[in-house]
Design a binder for this molecule. Structure first.
Ligand code: IPE
Ligand code: IPE
Ligand code: MG
Length: 261
């Protein structure tokens, strides 16, 4: 079991990278893009890109654990991805269900708490069972939170939050005037989490594709041309170094250290 504190890990990772521990992001959110192109460029079917993409997740998540990152959110399947050909969607659903089962021992060993970020409907029952069981067995853990954004759409997440708040107001449980940014954040799937400090997107697209729109208001972006299956630990370190070199200001005139909110 991995029980060193986040702070101790950040100090060690900061030393390794030659940056201060405060320059390590608390929450990294990743748009894992480019599996299809990775495969197509090799003359392989797209599903092999997805398979390869899934294989690298574990070592990257472990690297984040070792860096003292508190939240890692991985964009795995958007609500818009249902538009893809049925064979590709079916393969991805099969991949998620078997993948989640496979990573449980590693999540336990690394003390990682697993969370589903997204809507349940219309995920197939075997995927829901795999998500629920992974959440259940890792709920005793106290280390990094791994958010798995599966069947996730940011606008839908906001719709769900607004509906819940409207219902609470109708039922007299909340005064509409009491609704502020904190209350809205508390009704999102990521309630209680530190907002992402760093958003990484692989494969070069300069867009957000409906990912965590509310939560990334002041996140730093890092886009690399590398396709997701080729995203190594060295590439992850490059994104951390880029983040450490940024000056965050949050609207102020004075720069703050990267993790000061
Ligand atoms: C990301 O890779 C994985 C999912 C969206 C499920 P893509 O499948 O989008 O790969 P490209 O963008 O077509 O190369
Ligand atoms: C975003 O990638 C979603 C995931 C990585 C899961 P997409 O490939 O779906 O995004 P677009 O279609 O290029 O915007
Ligand atoms: Mg894509």
């Amino acid at each position: 079991m991995n029980t060193r504190s986040f702070e101790e890990k950040r100090i060690e990772a900061g030393r390794r990278l030659g940056i201060s521990p405060e320059a390590i992001p608390r929450h990294v959110a990743v748009i894992m893009d480019g599996n299809g192109r990775w495969a197509t460029e090799r003359g392989l079917p797209r599903f092999q890109g997805h398979e390869q993409g899934a294989k690298i997740v574990e070592s990257l998540a472990t690297h984040c654990v070792n860096c003292g990152i508190e939240y890692l959110t991985l964009y795995s399947f958007s609500m818009q991805n249902w538009k893809r050909p049925k064979e590709e969607v079916d393969f991805l659903m099969y991949l998620y269900a078997s993948y989640l089962e496979g990573i449980r021992p590693s999540l336990m060993e690394k003390n990682v708490q697993f969370a589903h970020v997204g809507r349940r409907e219309p995920l197939p029952q075997d995927v829901l069972d795999a998500l629920d069981e992974t959440v259940r067995i890792t709920s005793v853990n106290t280390g990094m939170t791994l958010g798995f954004a599966l069947n996730y759409g940011s606008r839908t997440e906001i719709v769900d939050a607004v509906r819940a708040l409207a219902q609470e107001a109708k039922d007299g449980q909340i005064d509409p005037q009491a609704i502020d940014e904190q209350v809205i954040g508390d009704h999102l799937y990521t309630a209680g989490w530190h907002d992402p400090d760093l958003v990484v997107r692989t494969s070069g697209e300069m867009r957000i594709s409906n990912f965590l729109l509310w939560q990334i208001s002041y996140a730093e972006f890092y886009v690399t041309d590398v396709y997701w299956p080729d995203f190594t630990l060295e590439e992850l370190d490059k994104s951390l170094l880029a983040y450490a070199s940024r000056q965050r200001r949050f609207g102020d005139t004075k720069p703050k250290t990267p993790t000061q909110g």
